[in-house]
Design a protein. Structure first.
Length: 182
């Protein structure tokens, strides 16, 4: 089995960084939800606050790495233009140019016009929202347990980060299936 450099970076981007964020989301959300003074002792609050802060910053860093590798490593290969002389209406000639391959057929064009546009723009909400949550957990520390409205707002931002990342990941998987990077 052989993996090309492009395929390796696609794996690092999606199945590495992206999957780590999506899988660890449940733990982060559970940490925010259960960070209540009536559920944990005083010493437990302090220990959980530190764990929550570290966890949220790690998740924010991972989702930033996901978007950055997608935008500046994988995406340029996806958008690469075919050289002069290749007919952009003939899909068979465009296998090494995923964007143009998708746009060459009406049945696959929506994967680019909607799916890739989502990934290109909306996916940036994920690291921004995750960073907001990391900042809030660091700023408030253990006192976050006494502010249910702020915890709830942080949870909403965290869910927004998850939804943006999950949608981008799903579109990425479908787009890669339809037009893989070779």
């Amino acid at each position: 089995m052989e993996v090309t450099t492009r395929e390796l970076w696609t794996l690092i981007h999606g199945m590495g960084f992206g999957a780590i964020f999506l899988l660890a989301f449940a733990g982060g959300l559970a940490g925010l939800y259960s960070f209540k003074p009536e559920w944990v002792t005083v010493s437990g609050i302090n220990e959980r606050a530190r764990r929550l802060q570290i966890g949220m910053w790690v998740l924010a860093a991972v989702v930033w790495l996901t978007v950055i590798t997608g935008t500046w490593v994988v995406y340029p290969w996806y958008r690469a233009a075919p050289p002069a002389g290749i007919d952009t209406k003939v899909a068979a000639q465009l296998l090494n140019y995923p964007r143009y391959f998708l746009l060459a057929s009406k049945t696959t064009a929506e994967w680019h016009t909607f799916g890739m546009e989502w990934k290109e723009h909306v996916a940036w909400l994920a690291p921004i929202a995750a960073t907001v949550v990391a900042f809030v957990t660091s700023h408030y520390g253990a006192t976050l347990s006494k502010h249910p409205q702020i915890r709830r707002a942080a949870a909403i931002f965290f869910i927004l980060a998850f939804v943006a990342a999950a949608a981008a990941g799903a579109f990425g998987a479908f787009i890669t299936k339809a037009a893989p990077l070779h």
